[in-house]
Design a protein around this ligand. Structure first.
Ligand code: PAF
Length: 461
């Protein structure tokens, strides 16, 4: 068996999806044994037409009994299957697979050159390869040269320009933990933004806040199966990985952790977090088991990314309380920051699920922020009876044709105990279905603030 290093790149279509598909195809080949896969690093294209998208590049180590030329044919075959069209040199491509090293052999044939001729000068190849290459050596090409490790070659390149430091996409839990440790050892504070992808400006505002509070931001993208009940929308939850990665990169996020379900929940993993009491009412009643899934995955993410600070949105008000309580109760050394809900100009709270709404449903969904605004106004006008405020909110929803209401509640913002009178700080919360889409929204209310100064945290259209 010969140990080989493969380079992978994609800058067309679902870039990371293409790289993962190529790796899956390598893994399925009986003549190939896949040993390690690097993270994927974003880089600007070198040469080719102007304006083409950035690449994601990675590397893989495999062992094979195939001769080098036969292995190259296998790689070309995978490229073809994944829609590679050979056009302009250095032009955009769904997938590019390069044989970088074939053991320590030097091969110079009209169709194959190994080591790859540009291996020594391309950081976007060397950096991911260095993560996994370990003891692999690049053979000398001349008598004056010496065999050298990939890491040494990488260290010989000049320091990367900031423009070369694109988003790093990490799929492996162990690699993620290692990477964060390295960042922290270099003296940088790490911020984490856990998400399920399908990102919108609300998520990006969390990235901005994490950037303000740390030096290195990791966003996680994982549609967590354990927080969905069997009848919920797990399989149809929107998955927009390529757009998400572009948005994170543009927002200045440095790394994205994108694990598979098997990586997060390996076979036999049965330990869960028993969520705190604040998980019991409201969402806890409507979505039994939901917060057990959330608390478990968030704690796991905090272990894999032991950041100094984590940012969550106020839109998921109860989730933020559950996470805060869990962090305090289980002594997790992380600061939890809850950031304001981001709304469209007309008041609709941003949500990944808004994309399910038809135009007519979107119009009806405005009733949620309208009902919250109405609660805010009636409290500012002196109303304190929760029943009356909640009834008026329900009427507003009903008037918009929203009849499937899970709850409309006024509650203590720390414990979520429902209150009969609004006397101090209170949170108004709504969960309902617009068409088949379940939406939630909330607003913090403070009867001690008068209408004129009640601008902070207000729900405005
Ligand atoms: O809020 C979310 O998107 C999810 O519940 C979270 C916190 C990422 C856990 O899966």
């Amino acid at each position: 068996m010969v140990t080989c290093l493969i380079g992978l790149g994609s800058n067309q279509g679902d870039r990371v999806g293409n790289l993962l598909a190529a790796i899956a195809a390598l893994g399925e080949d009986p003549a190939i044994s896949l040993q390690a896969v690097s993270s994927f690093v974003e880089s600007a294209p070198v040469g080719g037409p102007a304006g083409q998208p950035n690449f994601f590049n990675g590397a893989a180590i495999l062992a094979t009994s195939l001769p080098a030329q036969a292995l190259l044919t296998r790689l070309l075959d995978i490229e073809l299957r994944l829609g590679r069209v050979r056009g302009e040199r250095f032009g955009p491509r769904t997938i590019d697979l390069d044989l970088l090293l074939y053991g320590e052999q030097v091969i110079e044939s009209p169709t194959l050159q190994v080591p790859h001729p540009r291996l020594r000068v391309r950081r976007f190849v060397l950096a991911p390869a260095a993560e996994i290459a370990g003891e692999m050596l690049v053979p000398a090409l001349t008598d004056a040269e010496q065999r050298v490790s990939i890491e040494t070659l990488c260290a010989r390149l000049p320091d990367p320009a900031p423009s070369e430091l694109g988003l790093r996409v990490i799929m492996s839990a162990a690699a993620m933990q290692r990477h964060v440790r390295e960042i922290q050892l270099s003296g940088r504070r790490v911020g984490v933004v856990p998400t399920m992808g399908a990102l919108h400006s609300g998520h990006l505002s969390l990235v901005q806040e994490a950037r303000r509070r740390s030096d290195y931001v990791v966003a996680t993208i994982f549609v967590n199966p354990t927080q969905f009940a069997p009848h919920e929308d797990f399989t149809k939850y929107p998955r927009t990985l390529d757009a998400d990665l572009s948005a994170l990169s543009a927002a200045g996020c440095q790394a994205a952790f994108v694990p598979s379900a098997e990586e997060m929940y390996p076979r036999g993993a049965t330990t869960t977090v028993d969520p705190p009491e604040v998980a019991l009412p409201l969402e806890g009643v409507c979505r039994p088991g939901h917060f057990r899934g959330v608390a478990t995955i968030v704690l796991k993410l905090f272990h894999l990314i032991p950041a100094e600070v984590a940012c969550f949105g106020q839109k998921d008000f109860q989730q933020a309380l559950v996470i805060r309580r869990m962090v305090a109760d289980l002594n997790v050394p992380i600061e939890v920051v809850v950031c304001p809900t981001v709304r469209e100009a007309d008041g609709l709270a941003l949500s990944s699920r808004n994309r399910y709404l038809s135009a007519a449903e979107r119009e009806r969904a405005l009733a949620l922020s309208r009902a919250l605004r109405q609660a805010e106004q009636s409290i500012q006008a002196g109303e304190t009876e929760s029943n009356r405020i909640v009834s008026a909110m329900r009427e507003t929803l009903a008037a918009a044709g929203i009849t499937s209401i899970d709850y409309v509640a006024l509650a203590d913002p720390e414990t979520l105990a429902e209150c009969s009178h609004v006397e101090g700080k209170t949170v108004a919360l709504i969960a309902c279905r617009v068409g088949s889409t379940r939406l939630i929204d909330n607003c913090l209310l403070d009867p001690t603030i008068d209408a004129g100064s009640a601008k902070r945290g207000a729900v405005r259209a």
